[in-house]
Design a protein around this ligand. Structure first.
Ligand code: NAD
Length: 333
């Protein structure tokens, strides 16, 4: 029997989660919820996704000639689990609604860890969410960091991580955020990103600093780690190469722009790059100290993680590695 999934909030993350869920053989997408009757709502209908709306907004959709299946409350009755993809800090207000509907809930990285009590990354802590009613899939940056850190921690142990995050200023479709001609340092040192990694892996000693740069394509991380065990640069390349959600980039790729071009050439939907893109040429280990550069596609790296989180919470698959393989296969990763 397939798990019935509903998606509340159909923007950058929600529409990608909906497509990924619809592609899974063991899941069924039974509804998506929109606030406004815009082009994204029209696309959801074109894809055959049942469309639900906030109570009171029905006339807006009727006037736009869009057929709706009911309100968010109706949608919650149809699902086993809801993936909340509303904007950051809005999702927390939905918790009483989900509780009243007696439905399991996943939130995104814009919400606080305390809301769900479990923060999730498939390679790092799949088992922690098993059978749980609530979980939070961590942000794009935390997902990117957690994949590399958990992989190297399992192989060599990690004494200390220091990471500098060059954060994209807005998503490509966003017309409201910036900067468009400035670099903004995050003055809180260390930044909040390091503590966020410890919501997934509490034993990791990590400090992060962050700057915002005028680009929309991807984040770029400069990672520096002190490992517990001796190893070579080759060893690290081999270990990271085993992680299916880490992709090495080279072949003349010297920038995030070329990574996005690669995603387009691969015919990835929306030019999504679900994997961390690590420049293998940047990996360098000397006296247990490791350096590397990675690029993170903020719009899409969390999508396969949401799918695995659904399997863990609904007890559809006990083994995290198997879930990761199923998700990857269905998404074409
Ligand atoms: P978004 O603004 O692109 O989409 C949010 C959608 O929710 C919009 O369609 C909006 O109309 C709708 N919405 C607003 N209020 C709602 C409500 N009360 N009920 C139902 N729908 C409502 O936002 P996003 O970028 O997709 O972010 C969603 C979550 O994912 C946030 O927690 C964010 O921090 C997190 N996240 C975002 C990114 C990213 O780069 N965009 C990456 C990782 C995680």
């Amino acid at each position: 029997m397939s798990v019935k999934v509903v998606v509340n909030g159909y923007g950058t993350i929600g529409k990608r989660v909906a497509d990924a869920v619809a592609a899974q053989p063991d899941m069924e997408l039974v509804g998506v919820a929109k606030t406004r009757p815009n082009f994204e709502a029209r696309m959801a209908l074109d894809k055959g996704f049942p469309l639900y709306v906030l109570a009171g907004r029905e006339p807006d959709f009727k006037n736009a000639d869009m057929e709706i299946s009911g309100t968010v409350d109706d949608m919650l009755k149809a699902g086993d689990i809801v993936v909340d993809c509303t904007p950051g800090n809005i999702g927390a207000g939905n918790k009483p609604v989900y509780d009243a509907a007696d439905i399991k809930a996943i939130w995104q990285g814009g919400e606080d860890h305390e809301l769900a009590g479990i923060s999730f990354n498939a390679h790092s802590n799949y088992d922690d969410a098993f059978g749980c009613d609530y979980a939070r899939v961590v942000s794009c940056n935390t997902t990117g960091l957690s994949r590399v850190i958990s992989t190297l921690d399992a192989a060599y142990g990690i004494e200390k991580v220091r990471a500098t995050l060059c954060r994209r200023s807005a998503d490509p479709g966003d017309i409201k955020k910036g900067p468009i001609n400035a670099i903004i340092p995050e003055l809180k040192m260390p930044s909040h990103h390091g503590p966020d990694v410890t919501t997934v892996m509490p034993h990791i000693n990590i400090d992060t600093i962050a700057i915002k740069v005028p680009t929309t394509l991807m984040h770029l991380h400069i990672l520096n780690m002190m490992l517990k065990q001796d190893c070579t640069t080759r060893d690290v390349i081999d270990v990271l190469g085993e992680n299916s959600r880490i992709r090495f980039v080279g072949d003349g790729i010297t920038s995030t722009a070329e990574i996005m071009e690669l995603a387009r050439d691969m015919n990835r939907p929306r030019s999504d790059m679900w994997e961390n893109c690590v420049w293998d040429a940047s990996i360098n280990v000397s006296d247990r100290e490791l350096y590397l550069f990675q690029a993170i596609h903020q719009e899409s790296d969390v999508i396969p993680e949401n799918v695995d989180c659904i399997r863990s919470m609904t007890e559809t698959e006990r083994d995290g590695a198997k879930s990761i393989r199923k998700t990857n296969k269905a998404m074409g990763l």
